[in-house]
Design a protein around this ligand. Sequence first.
Ligand SMILES: [Ca+2]
Length: 183
Amino acid sequence: MGETCGLLKVIISEGKRLAIRDFRSSDPYVLVRVGNQTAKTKVINSCLNPVWNEELNFFVKEPPSELKLEVFDRDRFKSDDKMGHACLSLQPIFSSTKLKRALQLSTGETKLRKVAPNADNCLLDDSFVTYANGEIRMQDVRLRLCDVETGELLLTVKWIDQSTGTVSADAANKICKADAAVP
Ligand SMILES: [Ca+2]
């Protein structure tokens, strides 16, 4: 099981045409869920096309099946309002990990596979899984937000598995042990 340990980096780039939840605008932030871990971006005040460019890191023991994203409008005196949600299956990334190993790729950037919009993701257009510098990534992924009038998210997902050496074996072992300690 140790071989599947790694680091999942989720870079939330920006939101576009987000929904209005205050009088004329919103104060959006993104909550990202990977398995039972969550992380949030900062709040950007009064903005419907926010640029976060924020990297959220998740150390995982086993590859999670999907990424869940929720957008909220921060409110000071009441609970935050929902601004839609989206999901992205991580299956294409992890199946490509095996492909990368099989091909024994080491240098340069290689397109591993195309991911088309389907029921497992909220993709707005085709996305590609690529491999470069020890990282498998889905770059500039555009997701449509669901259960909301309007809005989309732009993000990049990177997977660095223990075997590439970018995450040291020591660090990865610690992650696995820490993870295993949680009931
Ligand atoms: Ca607000």
